[in-house]
Design a protein around this ligand. Structure first.
Ligand SMILES: [Zn+2]
Length: 163
C-alpha cells in the first residue's frame, strides 16, 4: 500500500468507521457509498449511512505466523485471524495479549489500537487495530475483574475465626 493511500485510510482504520445500507441492512467495512446487493435496483443510492463498528467480534479462523513479513520480524510467532464483528463485516488482524496456543475459533475478541510496525531506519510507525481477548462470562475463573474468587477467599478466611 502506498503511503498516500495509507494516510487517506488512516481515519477509518483508527475508528472502524463502516457504512450500513438502510434498505437491506448490510454493513460494509471499509465503508461503501453504494450497496452492491441493492445496486441493480438503484435503491441503495443515498441510502448508506455511516456506522461505527463496536470492534467486538469472534475469531472465525486463524493461523499462527512463524515467517514474518518485513517489519514484523520481532513479533513472531504471532496470530493472524479473521474476526467476524457483531455488526457483520469480517476483519483481518493480529490477535495479541494471548498465548498463540490458546487462540481458538469462537474466541471473543475486541479491537484495540496498537503499533503495527516500524518502517526502516526512519522509524515511521504505523498504527492500526489488533484484537485482544474479551473478558466475559465465558472466561474461566481467576481472570481479573471477576468477584467470585475474592468472595471465596473471604469465606475461607472467615472459617477459622468462627471456629
Ligand atoms: Zn443494500
Amino acid at each position: 500500500m502506498s503511503i498516500a493511500r495509507f494516510w487517506r485510510e488512516t481515519g477509518r482504520r483508527y475508528n472502524l468507521g463502516a457504512s450500513r445500507c438502510t434498505v437491506c441492512k448490510t454493513v460494509y467495512f471499509p465503508p461503501r457509498s453504494v450497496c452492491p446487493s441493492c445496486a441493480q435496483h438503484r435503491r441503495s443510492l443515498g441510502k448508506l449511512t455511516p456506522l461505527q463498528l463496536s470492534g467486538e467480534g469472534e475469531v472465525v479462523t486463524f493461523s499462527i505466523i512463524h515467517d514474518a513479513a518485513e517489519g514484523f520480524e520481532v513479533q513472531v510467532p504471532y496470530v493472524l485471524a479473521i474476526v467476524r464483528t457483531k455488526e457483520g463485516p469480517q476483519l483481518t488482524g493480529q490477535v495479541v495479549d494471548i498465548d498463540p496456543k490458546e487462540v481458538r475459533i469462537g474466541l471473543k475478541v475486541h479491537a484495540t489500537f496498537r503499533k503495527l510496525r516500524e518502517e526502516g531506519k526512519a522509524g515511521v510507525i504505523h498504527y492500526g487495530y489488533k484484537f485482544s481477548p474479551t473478558t466475559g462470562p465465558d472466561d474461566g475463573p481467576g481472570r481479573p475483574g471477576r468477584s467470585e474468587p475474592v468472595a471465596a477467599t473471604a469465606t475461607a478466611e472467615a472459617g477459622p475465626v468462627r471456629a
